[in-house]
Structure formats: structure tokens, C-alpha cells
Design a binder for this molecule. Sequence first.
Ligand code: NAG
Ligand code: NAG
Length: 467
Amino acid sequence: MASPEEITPLVGQSNNGGQRRHWSNVNKKTMFVRWAVIFSLLAALSGGVWALQSLFHHAPPAKKTQPNFDSLRGYCAHIDAIQPSEYIKRQKKLAAGLPEESSAYVMEGGPTMLYYTNIKWELSERPFLVVLTKDSTYENGIKTKVVTPMFEATRAMEAIKSANLPEEIQPEVVQWIEHESPYEVTAEQALANISTVYIEPTTRSFIFDGISKVSSGKVEIASRKLQTLRMVKSSSEIDILRCANHATEEAIRQVRPFVQPGMTEADIANTMTHALTTAGLINTWVLALIDENAAFPHGEPGQTKKVGKDSTVLIDTGGEYLGYQSDTTRTFFLGNREDHNQTIVDAWYLVKQAQQSVIKNGHAGSSCAEIDLSARHVITRAGYGRYFTHRLGHGIGEEMHEEPYLNQGNTDLHLEPGMTFSVEPGIYVPHEFGIRLEDIVVVNEQGQLEVLTSGLADNPWTITADD
Ligand SMILES: *[C@@H]1O[C@H](CO)[C@@H](O)[C@H](O)[C@H]1NC(C)=O
Ligand SMILES: *[C@@H]1O[C@H](CO)[C@@H](O)[C@H](O)[C@H]1NC(C)=O
């Protein structure tokens, strides 16, 4: 709280009375002295700071403290987005995949809706559906209908407009009013005379039930074959995935030299995010784990755990580019090569060997189970079988995790050219250490596995082959 004296204006507002003027003059003098003292103090202080600075002037500059990652800017700028004509190809593929003449495929907002129609829609309690009906009167073999709540019709039209679909695909809009049953409206206006209705498997059960009760045809969950048509990627999808994953791996390579003792997991995550966003990725995420924390495959970044001078650091990270995902993991060591714990060094090379074995031997026609087992075999033979606790990998595309899933149980799904998935063997010894290496691969036209990063990690210290 200021005293009344302090809040008295320096120049009196009233000219009444000499006493008042006198006190005002005294106040002026006091304030002048106060300011003079404050000024000299400030001057002395800045002089001291300057002196301190000059003292350290000849010390070597701190090593790479301000990463800017400028070389990552515009990394994928040369890559085209999915073109409107591609949606015709996708719908043709669906028309060929729908088994009966009179059948339809029904979906809610999400990756499958985006895949066939490029329509983005957030889920709410009110059904908003896309109904794709097999219809040979359309050039692409599919009639597209959008079922929307009436009060959302304007927004639905906007979503259809921003989908920028080709002339061949012009969705017809069906509206339902609040007091109507959306399912009855769908059955009458979008599913009349359809003998089999296939429901996208991620559709919520109340919608499945609603359609089942009113539909005149059979209603089934879409077969895996239908569901997984989008597992096989086109060359434009592969180009985007390749660039997004190259960018992610390159970003880890560039972050690596900045990882120094004393940094926390949160610090590493921040630097990594900076690198990914500079490269143009959106919706980025980072899992940075140090030493024994890396033994939790999906461990929470502890924020506070710090890098030590001989630490093992695991970075699992990715983001999105033009609607497609990236996902890469590198585990690396700090400190002198000679000093690192040999058990952990050996485990790193074992994980790399498992990855190499899969990439060399996997091919179109192999089952997902066989691919998983070929990596597992390498790790089990060395005695670490029980520490490789998760599946070998997952498909990747519009979704971070999608079919094909590479696990021992997936015996009836076989690789085909165009499938993209992660190869990510790992060894996790609880409370001791964790190692994972992850690269995305595509089954290429020759049926071989091609890595969609610039290459597997070379060694656990620099991760690149450069030194
Ligand atoms: C359904 O089939 C009947 C009989 O073939 C036909 O009259 C009717 O127009 C069809 N309805 C629709 C919506 O196609
Ligand atoms: C090396 O690491 C392993 C696994 O954490 C541990 O059991 C062993 O004691 C370590 N060796 C040394 C010399 O620290």
C-alpha cells in the first residue's frame, strides 16, 4: 500500500497556500534524490553484467544450443496431395469388391469415409452417414449418398464442397428431420431395394442396430476383404507416406546431436516437435524415453527423467502430412563407444538384426504371422524372446495403426504389393533398459519390402552412417 505522501502529485493541483507549495517543493527534491540513487544503482548493475560478460567472452561457445532445423523446411513441398481423380479409382475398387449386384457400404465419419469420398465429418449423437451403393449406371460403378440431419445440411454441403470431388462423383444429399428416425429415412431413401447392407466395422453399434431394424435387406458388418481394400496403397499414397517418413527419420537424425546430458525427456520431446513441425508435419507426437524408462514400450514420457552421460535414449515419433501418417523409432547411446554396457550394445545390434532379417526375407505372399515370427525368431534365439512383448508392427496410412497387423495370430492375411506397415522389433527388460528400432516399409511391385525411410539405423551412437 502506498502512503498518502507517495500518491500526492509532484506538481500540486491547487495553488492555495504557500505551505502546500513548500511541501510540494520538498517532495520534488526528495524524488530527484530517489531517482538519482535508482539511476546510479542501475548503472552500476549493468556495468557489473558487462564486466561478467567480458570475463566469459573467451570461453568456447556452447555446443549447438539453438537448433533451427532450417534444412528441414519444405521437406515434402514437392509431393502432391491426393488428386480428385483418385477417388474414382477408389470407388471402382470398391464396386469390384462389393460381392453382390444389389449391395451397399455404409459408414460414419472417419478414415473410410475420407478414403472413398474425402468428406470430413466429426461424430456426434446424430447419425451422419455415407452410403455407397453398387450401381452400374455410374461410370465408377458406385452411387454416393450422404445422409445428414436436416439442420446440419448447410454444413454437410460445405463438407461436400471442400471434398473437391471429381464430376463423376456428385453425392446426393438425403436429410432427416429431428423427429424422424434417421434409420427409416436412410432405409427408404438410400437403401431401397438393397439386398445386402455392409456396415463399416468401426461404425457405432446404435447405428448398426438402427439400420438392422428397418432395413429390408440383410445387414452385416463388412467383411475383412471389403474393410481392407484401403490397405493396398496407390503410388500417390506411397509417395506421401515415403516423404512423411523420410522427413521424420531425418528429423530424428538432426535432433540426435542436440541430445546432451542434463536434458529431460520433455526437453527432447520439445526439440523433436520443433524439428517435425519445421519439416511441415502436423498433429505431431513424441515419445522420448531414457534408460530404464524405455523398458515400457508405450511408457509415459516422465518429463523429469534426465539424460546421463552414458544414457540410452529412445525416440518414437511421427506426425501427419497430407492426411497420411509417419512413425519412426530410433534408440541411441550417449558417451564413449568403449564405455557403453556391452549387454545393451549387443541387444541393440540384435534388434537391428531382427529388422534386417524381416526386410531381407519378407515378401508378397508371406502371411502377417510369418513376418512377425521371422523377427521373433532372431530375438528368441539370442535368449530375449520373453522381452519382445508386442507384435512386430502395424499397417499405416490415413491411420497411425490400421491393417495389416503383424502378429502371430494373423495367419490368414497375406502381404500384397502396396501394403505399408511398420517393422519395429524391440527388447524391453523391465527396470533395466529398452531398445526399439522402427521403420515403415512398403511391399513394392517386385514383392519385396522396401524401406520408406532413408535407411535403417547404422549404429547406436550416431545412428547415421556418416561417422
Ligand atoms: C425398387 O424396386 C421396385 C420394383 O423393382 C421399383 O418399382 C422401385 O422404383 C425401386 N425403388 C427404388 C428406390 O429404386
Ligand atoms: C549392463 O546392463 C545389464 C542390463 O541392464 C545389467 O544387468 C548389468 O549389470 C550391466 N553391467 C554393468 C557392468 O553395469
